[in-house]
Write a protein that binds this ligand. Structure first.
Ligand code: UD1
Ligand code: CA
Length: 458
């Protein structure tokens, strides 16, 4: 639509949402409600987008450099907010598109169809998307005169007879500029809420109803319950799109994904898995069950089972879990294995290295071909600062080894099981850092007798 100015109303108080923050800042599949509305508006390719913000939503002003903001607007009603964007509404050609900030589910196609239709209906000054709701409670009801809207009555002002009207106002409008400012300035606040209702503008200019079939599209987010309903709808759509692209979900209704998660073809996501914050997962993977992945990039052919991955980078053909905890800053190379009960923190594990069980590896570099035995611990923290452990290529670390950082285990060295390593190990060396074993012949009896006697004395 050429010459379009789009206005997003975002200066309300979110009273029904019961939050210290505006509902528009609350996340829906990981991104603010406002951002969905904005994305829909952008699809219309308006010449300019203006968002009207109040104190509760001022945080939005810094986030989107390409849109204009009218800030500090008092929550005196939707008409008051719209009028606050006055300087963008004054005369000129082109239409003004207006949307409440809390209608995130509307389809781009719906908006485009609405705009095309209204552009032709030059006898009308206002177009309003409407729909029939099974339960219209809380929405403005449409009083019709044929295709024309005679009035919109808000819930609190509606009579009993008006309350059973199922056709509601979506909060999405198009306006012709001619006469708009004048009509807006005629709106009063003689109503139950004492607010300047934008919906009253239909009393002063001819308004055309544009009914749509799917009421979910114009679900308004007023309460936490509505936020969760919108989340379910978006999630189902998101998972549906991934399935169409070749991703399998076993029990999809138990899986949660953020909006921007990417998953490659022939990967299967098992039940009770949560994938968030821009995570990308490659092809042919098996993810879950009972896995949580945050802000991570995972390659192809990876298996992740009962684990938590947070801000990590994983190569191809990596096996993780069960019960691994991969903490921020960790990088795992192709073909590596991070097994059961392994915690990685800010560590780089080279391709092919193996940490199969029960280990803590923090602030470490683990070279390729390294095998770390069960129960190995990098002591990276001395109570004051963190220190690095460098384990070069092909080192064998025996089970139950503690490595007191900072330490370097040279290439190809061999660490005896049970060692406490508090000196660097040269390449190729065997390091034994434990008390030598002593066997005392026949002494078993002696020790047992001694223990028995001790017991009798008590
Ligand atoms: C509004 C409509 C109602 C419609 C419904 C659709 C009015 C009077 N009512 O009601 O007919 O069915 O949307 O979802 O317009 N806002 C401001 N300033 C304010 C108040 C609100 O900018 O003073 C913004 C809010 O931030 C929100 C949007 O306008 O993004 C809608 O406000 P809300 O309070 O949710 O309106 P509803 O009561 O739902
Ligand atoms: Ca609303």
């Amino acid at each position: 639509v050429s010459g379009l100015t789009a206005v997003i109303l975002a200066a309300g108080k979110s009273v029904r949402f019961k939050s210290a923050r505006s509902k528009l800042l609350h996340p829906l599949l990981g991104r603010p409600v406002f951002e969905y509305t904005l994305a829909k508006v952008r699809a219309l390719k308006p010449e300019r987008i203006v968002a009207v913000l109040g104190d509760h939503t001022d945080a939005l002003a810094g986030l989107y450099p390409d849109i204009a903001f009218v800030r500090g607007v008092k929550p005196l009603g939707t008409a008051f907010s719209f009028l606050s964007a006055k300087k963008y509404l004054s005369d000129g050609d082109g239409l003004v598109f207006l949307i409440a900030g809390d209608v995130p589910l509307v389809r781009e196609e719906t908006l485009k169809g609405f705009a095309r239709d209204f552009a032709r209906r030059t006898e009308y000054s206002i177009g309003v998307i409407t729909t029939d709701m099974v339960d219209p409670t809380g929405y403005g009801r449409i009083l019709r005169d044929g295709e024309r809207i005679a009035a919109i009555v808000e819930e609190k002002d509606a009579t009993r007879a008006q309350k059973i009207i199922c056709e509601i106002n979506s909060g999405i409008y198009l306006f012709r500029r001619k006469g708009l400012l004048k009509a807006l300035s005629r709106i009063g606040k003689d109503n139950a809420k004492g607010e300047f209702y934008l919906t009253d503008v239909v009393k002063f200019l001819p308004a055309l109803a544009y009914p749509i079939a799917d009421p979910y599209e114009v679900l308004g987010i007023n309460t936490r319950r509505e936020l969760s309903i919108a989340g379910e709808i978006l999630l189902e759509e998101k998972i549906g799109r991934l399935m169409e692209a070749g991703v399998s979900f076993v029990q999809p209704h138990t899986v949660y994904l953020d909006y921007d998660v990417e998953i490659g073809q022939d990967t299967t996501v098992y039940p009770h898995t949560i994938i968030r914050g821009g995570t990308s997962i490659g092809r042919d993977g098996r993810i879950g069950p009972f896995t949580m992945i945050d802000k991570s990039a995972i390659g192809h052919d990876c298996h992740v089972l009962f684990s938590h991955l947070n801000r990590v980078l994983i190569g191809d053909s990596v096996s993780i879990g069960p019960f691994a905890n991969l903490r921020p800053g960790s990088v795992v190379g192709d073909g590596a294995k991070i097994g059961d009960f392994v915690e990685l923190k800010k560590s780089v594990v080279a391709p092919g290295a193996k940490i199969p069980h029960l280990s803590y590896v923090g602030d470490a570099e683990v070279g390729s071909g390294v095998n770390i035995g069960a129960g190995t611990i990098t002591c990276n923290y001395d109570g004051v600062a963190k220190h690095k452990t460098i384990i070069e290529e092909d080192v064998f670390v025996g089970s139950n080894t503690t490595i007191i950082a900072p330490r370097r285990l040279g290439k190809g060295s061999y660490i005896a099981a049970g060692s406490t390593i508090n000196e660097d190990v040269p390449p190729g060396a065997l390091a034994v850092g434990r008390a030598r074993q002593v066997n005392k012949a026949g002494y078993s009896k002696v020790i047992k007798t001694r223990i028995l006697k001790k017991g009798e004395r008590k």
